[in-house]
Design a protein around this ligand. Structure first.
Ligand SMILES: *[C@@H]1O[C@H](CO)[C@@H](O)[C@H](O)[C@H]1NC(C)=O
Ligand SMILES: *[C@@H]1O[C@H](CO)[C@@H](O)[C@H](O)[C@H]1NC(C)=O
Length: 366
């Protein structure tokens, strides 16, 4: 018995050592920053109402359990992980299971409710705002460093893929949170957008300073077209005008800012994903993408199933694959797959300066 267990532990140790060597040469690490569109469960560990840890969330996830992802199944980081050949999706940074070898896969720092600005999502109280997500990135690097050394850690971060998804909440859960919000009295929309873009730029430069060299930055979707806004701000099912205007101002300025950063840095570090265009395809023509509706959420209540939260008491559709929206704000797993498909192989209409498959191919030749 004693011999067996010590043999097992030696074999296990060898496996661990080999594991380190193998994962350094295998799939690149993947780090995720942002809001509920990319949160994989950090908020489960926090005292906040911004959470997705009870059914029917996760109803189509492999485990059929709610994980904290704001999806019926996989979310965008999960699908990107699969596409880049990662062994598993990066765990939420707050997960107690994120240790040992798993640190080398990367980490997900995202937290539902947050935005570019510190006071976005203030009503969710205890969420991981951007300065803290960046602080966790720093902590993660020192934990990796303890495992594989500083030089290997630097390389791991330089070679990693980073995903940043921010901005929607700076409108929905800040500027437009309440009618006549403090922020909307401080700035008109034309001035607010350049302000949050300049704050976003500072965040991106910090990610660069931490060693990130391939950063995929998504714009906002068509904010006014989600079931929640159709229910609250639309009279006849047309996308809510102000939020559409906000997205129309924000997305091109974001792409421009990323292009300027790249020219300053002399390298295509930042890659813009035009998620607005990706969504509009199936919002304007849901049938062409196999959806029966892009207006009604699968899970919710009230007009368009767009009011309140998705809970065990909500209406729930039978087939999640035929709904573009899973809940009042978040795309279904099938919509997420369409979005990631565009990120991977989309033309220049969707991806600036190039799509992710081109990036991966270039990096593997480097
Ligand atoms: C957000 O908070 C961080 C750290 O607390 C601070 O450094 C930064 O200036 C704040 N940003 C704004 C726009 O107030
Ligand atoms: C991906 O981007 C590359 C470079 O821009 C382009 O040549 C290729 O056609 C794109 N993939 C698809 C499927 O459009």
């Amino acid at each position: 018995m004693a011999i067996t267990s010590s043999t097992t532990s030696i074999i296990f140790s060898i496996f661990l050592i080999l594991g380190v060597a193998i994962s350094q040469t295998e799939a690149r690490a993947f780090f995720i920053f942002g809001d509920s569109l990319v949160d994989s469960g950090n908020n489960n560990y926090l005292a906040t109402t911004a959470r997705a840890d009870s059914p029917p969330y996760g109803i189509d996830f492999p485990t059929r359990r709610a994980t904290g992802r704001f999806s019926n199944g996989l979310n965008i980081p999960d699908i990107i992980s699969q596409q880049i050949g990662a062994s598993e999706s990066p765990l939420p940074y707050l997960s107690p299971f994120l240790n040992g070898q798993r640190l080398l896969v990367g980490a997900n720092f995202a937290s539902a409710g947050i935005g570019i600005l510190n006071d976005t999502g203030i009503q969710f109280v205890n969420i991981i705002r951007m300065p803290q997500q960046l602080e966790y990135f720093r902590q993660h690097q020192s934990r990796v460093s303890a495992l594989i050394g500083a030089a290997n850690t630097q390389r791991l971060v330089n070679q990693a893929l980073v995903l940043m998804t921010l901005g929607g909440n700076d409108f929905v859960n800040n500027y437009y949170l309440v009618p006549n919000s403090a922020r909307s009295r401080q700035y008109n929309l034309q001035d607010y957008v350049p302000f949050i873009i300049s704050e976003y730029r500072k965040i991106l430069l910090r990610v660069y300073d931490f060693g990130a060299r391939r950063v995929l930055v998504t714009g906002t979707g068509p904010l006014g077209c989600v079931p929640a806004e159709l229910a609250q701000r639309s009279r006849n099912g047309e996308c809510a005008v102000e939020l559409q205007q906000a997205a129309a101002l924000f997305n091109p300025q974001l792409t421009q800012m990323l292009q300027d950063l790249n020219s300053q840095l002399g390298s295509n570090v930042f890659i813009a994903a035009n998620t607005q265009a990706m969504h509009i395809d199936f919002i304007n023509n849901p049938q062409a993408y196999g959806f029966i509706t892009s207006k009604v959420a699968c899970c919710g209540q009230g007009p368009y199933n767009g009011l309140g939260l998705c809970t065990p008491l909500s209406n729930l559709c039978a087939n999640r694959d035929v709904y573009a929206f899973w809940d009042p704000f978040h795309p279904s797993e099938r919509a997420n797959k369409i979005i990631v498909q565009r990120i991977m192989t989309g033309s220049s209409e969707y991806m600036t300066p190039m799509n992710l498959s081109t990036i991966l191919a270039m990096d593997s030749e480097a």
